[in-house]
Each structure stands twice: as structure tokens, then as C-alpha cells.
Design a protein around this ligand. Structure first.
Ligand code: GDP
Ligand code: GDP
Length: 461
């Protein structure tokens, strides 16, 4: 029933303060002598009825013999390796800094199980910083005050469901892909970490006014109520609720409820579009809800395009299907328009639903899960390089000025959404059309519909 929690984050965010609070006695002496390097410290922590081991990775700032970044990275990586779960602290008063971004990258790369917390958020001081923390893409931040002991109940809520699971060390760890080592080939695709109670799938339902967002969300919630907010640590324009939808823990972001209130004024109504777009930032999967009577209007296209640009997994759902008489014809027409108007989302699931009757909700759930899975997928380097060989053979890259572009090596550098690095010669001369050929190939050959795919070319002699 025990697990190990590592507190990570840049210097001065309050790691030691939190460590001391969790450990409960001043076991962790803060050594103020410059040049004395503290290393990882461990202590027995208690929080409510939870007992666990906590690791503090503070002390990084005292390193003199090494670049701060290099040392930060190594210590954090070690802490991550030793821990079952990482508590990533940022300073809510300062907001997200470039150093925080570096940490977020390390954690993502290590595929650590992360709980994000915005510290120094006593009172309302940290509301903006906590909201900003969403942009790190590590899920919902907890607002904490290590110094004043606030937000510990939320921390408890995040840790409690994990306590059992971690004992068995059953958290799927994805192998790290090192883009600098071509010979480091992985044989297996990495397993996908599915949503859990503690890390629910973040879902946003967006669409034009009257598309049926509120109706759909209420149907999913299984009761006729609008979402209420605010959640702890979130400003009140971001409203969400947690719900298990057909067996999958989800957190559903809503802007529709707010818009209802805003109907009194046109000015506020316009604001709500921006709210919808913001909900996209919080989401992992975005459901673009169309009114089947007026599908693919400019506003729908803009929203869907924004979701793609932001790198979210996208599902398109045509609502009010109960009103449709010529279902087969209409579906064909929808698909054609979809392909034509949103080529950047090629292959994204298109499902029909009736929010009113609840028909098609199972299809919607399946499409969401598929999109989420693809968005999280990591393909082995070995498979990718076999694939690249076949692709370049079928269609060699051009040879501008008589010098053939050589694509030497491909690896998947990130997930959520999938991003690939290709080492090549003359990368500045690779035409957009060739890049598109590769993206479409990846999508088709590795079955990755409904997710943005990014390719980054890097020069190699
Ligand atoms: P670390 O080196 O990143 O582990 O950070 P420390 O624990 O040394 O804290 C850095 C500074 O932030 C200290 O002056 C703490 O007193 C202060 N601090 C820590 N937690 C809080 C908090 O919740 N609120 C406020 N206002 N200050 C805090
Ligand atoms: P929102 O503005 O996107 O939140 O849309 P609402 O949920 O308020 O729905 C707008 C209107 O469409 C309401 O009158 C709903 O009853 C209706 N509506 C929503 N979903 C359906 C559906 O699946 N079928 C039918 N026939 N009407 C629906």
C-alpha cells in the first residue's frame, strides 16, 4: 500500500517547504552554505491515511561544477526513475517560466506519471498562474500552498486512488526514445496509458451555439443539470465535471452552460466563442459538435482547425441525427464535405449522434477512445525506419540542384500528439509536398486517424 512520490520543479518553487510539511518534522535540514550540494532527500510522508515515501529533488541551485540545466535534468531524471509518481511544482505567483517548460519536457519524455501543482496559491494569489499551468499539457493543476498547508486535500484526492495501484508497480512505463542515437532501436511499440480516476481523459465539447452541446453533456452526465464550477484552483471561466462515461473516467469541459447565462447580451455571446477555444487548450480530445441541419459552417471549421493547430485529438460528431430522414445520403454528403473542408483532419472519426435521444453515444465513446489512443501512440523506432525505407524507395525525395536529399533516420520524439524527427541532408530544401506525403503515409500505414501528426526535419551532414 505504499508508493514513492518525487517532488520536482525548478529551484525556489517550494519543493523543500512541501517536503517538510509532508514529512512533518524538520528532518530535512536546509543547508545554507553556498556550494554545498544537497542531493535527493527521502522521507516518510503521511497525508491523511496515506503513507508513502517522498523524494525531494531540491538543492539543484547550489551546483557550481556543472551547468544548472544539465544538473537539473539529471537529478530530475533520477528522481523520476526512483518514484512511482511525480509532483511537479510551479510557482503560481510567477506563472509558467521557460525553466518550468524544460521540466515539463523532461517529465513528458520520461513519460512520468505527473501530478501538476501550482504552489504559493494561498488566498487567490495564484489563480492566474494555476490557469497558465494548464498550458504545460500535464493535466489539471492543483492549487497548493505548501507554506500555509492549503490544497492538501486536493493533493490527497489525487494520490489516494493511486495508492493501491502503485504498490503493484503496474503503471505502464514507456521507453524513452533518444533522438541522438540512431542505433538505439526499440523493438516494441510502447503501451498506451489509459485514463484512470486520477488521470481522467480531458474532453471538451465545442461547437456553434445551438449545436446541442448542453444537451449532449447532460446526456453524458445522466442527469439534467448544467455543469457547475469552479473546481479548486481553476478560475471560474473554466467549468468542468468528472464523470465515468461508458466505463472511461473523463473530465468534461464545458462552455455551454456559461453561454446560457451570457445570452442576455450579444457582446457576451461573442466572448463565448473565445471560451470555446480556450476549452480546447484544456482538452486532450475535442468533440466538434455539428448541427446536422447546418453542418460545417465557418464557425465549425474555425473551431476544428484551431483544435488541430493546438495538437488535440479530434472527433467530429453530427448531432440531431434523429431529425434526419435520408440518413445514408446525408452521411455520404457529410463525409465528402469533411474531407474537402478539413483535409488537415483527414481520417478523423465522424460519428452521428442524437444528444436528445442518446442514440449513438456508444459510437461517440468509441470514437473518443480511438482518437485518444492514437494521440498517445508511440511507434517503435525500428518499425518507423523500415517504413521510411519503403517510403523513400517508392518515392525518392527530390534532388534540388542535382544533390539528392537523403532521409537517414526517423524516430518518434513525442506523443500527444505524435511528433516525429527525421534526420536528413539539405532539410531546408525538402518540399512541403514531400513532407505531406510522409505525414499521410504515417497516418495510413500506422492507422492514426483523428490526430495531428507533426514531422520535424533535422540536418545531418
Ligand atoms: P525549493 O528550493 O524549490 O524546494 O523551494 P523552497 O522550499 O526552498 O521555497 C522557496 C521559497 O518559497 C521560500 O522562501 C519559501 O518560504 C517560499 N514558499 C514555499 N512555499 C510557499 C507557499 O506556499 N507560499 C508562499 N507565499 N511562499 C512559499
Ligand atoms: P448548445 O447551445 O450547443 O448548448 O445547444 P443546446 O443543448 O442548448 O440545444 C439547442 C437546441 O437543440 C435545443 O432546443 C435542444 O433541445 C435541441 N437539440 C439538442 N440536441 C438535439 C438532438 O439530438 N435532436 C434534436 N431533435 N434536437 C436537439
Amino acid at each position: 500500500m505504499s508508493f514513492t512520490l518525487a517532488i520536482v520543479g525548478r529551484p525556489n518553487v517550494g519543493k523543500s517547504t512541501l517536503f517538510n510539511r509532508l514529512v512533518g518534522k524538520r528532518l530535512a535540514l536546509v543547508d545554507d552554505t553556498p556550494g554545498v550540494t544537497r542531493d535527493l532527500r527521502e522521507g516518510d510522508a503521511r497525508l491523511g491515511d496515506l503513507r508513502f515515501v517522498v523524494i525531494d529533488s531540491a538543492g539543484l541551485e547550489l551546483a557550481e561544477d556543472d551547468s544548472l540545466q544539465g544538473r537539473m535534468r539529471r537529478l530530475t531524471e533520477r528522481a523520476v526513475e526512483e518514484a512511482d509518481v511525480c509532483l511537479f511544482l510551479i510557482d503560481a505567483r510567477v506563472g509558467v517560466t521557460p525553466a518550468d517548460e524544460i521540466f515539463a519536457d523532461i517529465l513528458r519524455k520520461k513519460n512520468a506519471h505527473v501530478i501538476l501543482a501550482a504552489n504559493k496559491a494561498e488566498g487567490n494569489a495564484g489563480a492566474a498562474g494555476a490557469l497558465e499551468a494548464w498550458n504545460l499539457g500535464l493535466g489539471e493543476p492543483i492549487a497548493l500552498s505548501a507554506e500555509h498547508g492549503q490544497g492538501l486535500d486536493d493533493l490527497y484526492d489525487a494520490l489516494q486512488p493511486l495508492a493501491d495501484g502503485f504498490a503493484a508497480k503496474n503503471v505502464a512505463q514507456m521507453p524513452e526514445v533518444d533522438v541522438d542515437l540512431p542505433e538505439d532501436l526499440e523493438d516494441e511499440d510502447a503501451p498506451i496509458r489509459m485514463p484512470t480516476e486520477a488521470r481522467p481523459l480531458q474532453l471538451a465539447v465545442i461547437g456553434r451555439p445551438n449545436a446541442g452541446k448542453s444537451t449532449l453533456i447532460n446526456k453524458i452526465l445522466g442527469e439534467d443539470r448544467l455543469l457547475t464550477g469552479p473546481e479548486a484552483g481553476i478560475t471560474r471561466d473554466a467549468i468542468s465535471v468528472s464523470k465515468t462515461f461508458m466505463g472511461t473516467p473523463m473530465r468534461i469541459w464545458d462552455t455551454a452552460g456559461m453561454r446560457k447565462k451570457a445570452r442576455v447580451s450579444d457582446k457576451l455571446e461573442k466572448l463565448s466563442v473565445a471560451d470555446g477555444l480556450r476549452a480546447v487548450r484544456f482538452a486532450e480530445v475535442v468533440v466538434v459538435l455539428l448541427d446536422v441541419n447546418i453542418p460545417f459552417e465557418v464557425q465549425d471549421l474555425r473551431i476544428a482547425d484551431f483544435a488541430e493547430t493546438e495538437g488535440r485529438a479530434v472527433v467530429v460528431a453530427a448531432n440531431k441525427w434523429d431529425l434526419e430522414e435520408e440518413k445514408t445520403e446525408k452521411l455520404k454528403e457529410l463525409r465528402e464535405n469533411f474531407e474537402r473542408l478539413l483535409p488537415q483532419l483527414r481520417g478523423a472519426p465522424l460519428v452521428t449522434v442524437s444528444a436528445k435521444t442518446g442514440k449513438g453515444l456508444d459510437r461517440l465513446h468509441n470514437a473518443i477512445m480511438k482518437a485518444y489512443e492514437v494521440w498517445n501512440r508511440r511507434i517503435s523506432t525500428a518499425k518507423l525506419n523500415n517504413w521510411l525505407g519503403a517510403m523513400t524507395e517508392a518515392h525518392p525525395p527530390p534532388a534540388p540542384g542535382g544533390r539528392r536529399i537523403k532521409l537517414r533516420y526517423i524516430t518518434q520524439a513525442k506523443t500527444r500528439p505524435p511528433g516525429f524527427v527525421i534526420k536528413a541532408t539539405h532539410t531546408d530544401q525538402i518540399p512541403e509536398s514531400y513532407s505531406r506525403y510522409l505525414v499521410n503515409g504515417l497516418r495510413a500505414d500506422f492507422d492514426m486517424p483523428g490526430t495531428p501528426i507533426r514531422i520535424y526535419f533535422r540536418d545531418q551532414g
